[in-house]
Design a protein around this ligand. Structure first.
Ligand SMILES: [Zn+2]
Length: 337
């Protein structure tokens, strides 16, 4: 029920009811309520599809595997309350995101004081964002912080993971408004001489997003932006959008050693393989999410050049992800060369 609905129902109370004496909550009850609140999170699965509550409960409990377990209670469509047994488990989930269920983003909020679930906006989440095409001049924590602030609220800067490999980058963990378009680049005048450097952004473990308006929670077919889809479905745009989605860097640069490293490695492996943050067993309870992914694996899994054809259009690419995306949005089909 929305805030407006509640206000309108309260408005119907008589003056006698509105002015009747209020009781002060007993101190012990208040303390117990606050303790409970400190161990809870509220989350919403974005997207137009109503999730299967039982599958969601089962999958998230298996994915998180937190000490003492977590109780998950459905509040309303796609909104859930999570009750943890200890603060460490709650913090691990909060800082370990983004989390996804059935390819949709789960946005978590920390309830506080007398805040009502109806008033929660579920419009902000944290991502690790990689900033690429960086001059050597920019490989410092201070500049990472400056650049991260151009993307969102900076929580962390990581210079280490991007030092290894063919392309250097800085990782910043930033809080982003999920209802705004994902930024794709940063333009910076580094030396104040009018020469602009364009840096490109990659989002780790981000769910698929709309290639037309660059917002999360829907795809081109569901986009409310009017206008021609052709610009969004050009090979160049699809190449950029698919490149923007990436996994976390190799775990040897991130997770240290031990059980935690193995679990994170397994999550990343599943992200890579299935586009889903869960174990293989957990994912089986989710119904049909897997068959769709397998279709695209089958279509795009061939080695070498892939031809996508239809009418007067055709595209040749060696990248299966681009071939699949072009096929999907232009309603074309694959042709074996
Ligand atoms: Zn859109």
């Amino acid at each position: 029920m929305s805030e407006t609905d509640i206000a309108s129902l309260c408005h119907a109370l008589s003056i006698g009811e509105k002015e009747s004496p209020a009781k002060i909550l007993d101190g012990n009850l208040k303390n117990r309520g606050e303790q409970r609140l400190a161990l809870s999170l509220v989350g919403k699965v974005l997207g137009s599809k109503v999730v299967n509550r039982e599958a969601f409960r089962d999958v998230m409990q298996r994915v998180w595997r937190v000490s003492g377990g977590v109780e998950i209670e459905a509040i309303e469509d796609n909104v859930f309350e999570f009750q943890f047994k200890n603060l460490e488990a709650r913090q691990r989930v909060l800082s370990g995101g983004p989390w996804r269920f059935d390819k949709a983003l789960l946005v978590l909020e920390e309830p506080s004081g007398t805040s009502e679930i109806a008033n929660m906006e579920f419009n902000r989440t944290e991502f690790w964002v990689q900033i690429h095409n960086l001059p050597i001049l920019c490989m410092s924590e201070e500049i990472g912080l400056f650049l991260g602030n151009m993307i969102g609220e900076v929580r962390n800067v990581d210079l280490e993971a991007g030092k290894n490999g063919s392309s250097r980058f800085i990782r910043v963990r930033v809080g982003i408004k999920v209802d705004e378009p994902l930024k794709r680049s940063l333009r910076v005048d580094l030396l104040g001489d009018g020469k602009i450097t364009t840096m490109l952004l990659r989002y780790e473990r981000v769910p698929d997003f709309c290639y037309k308006c660059n917002r999360l929670g829907h795809n081109i077919g569901e986009c409310s932006n009017t206008g021609d889809n052709r610009k969004a479905t050009t090979e160049a745009n699809i190449r950029l959008c698919t490149w923007m989605r990436t996994v976390s860097p190799p775990k040897k640069y991130l997770y240290g050693s031990g059980k935690g490293r193995k679990e994170q490695g397994m999550r990343d492996w599943n992200e890579d393989r299935y586009g889903f943050s869960g174990t293989r067993e957990a994912s089986r309870s989710q119904g049909n999410w897997r068959s769709k992914q397998h279709d695209s694996d089958k279509d795009g899994g061939r080695k070498g050049i892939i031809r996508v054809v239809g009418g007067k259009e055709h595209l040749e690419t060696s990248d299966p992800k681009i071939a699949c995306a072009v096929k999907k949005w232009r309603h074309l089909w694959f042709c074996r060369s």
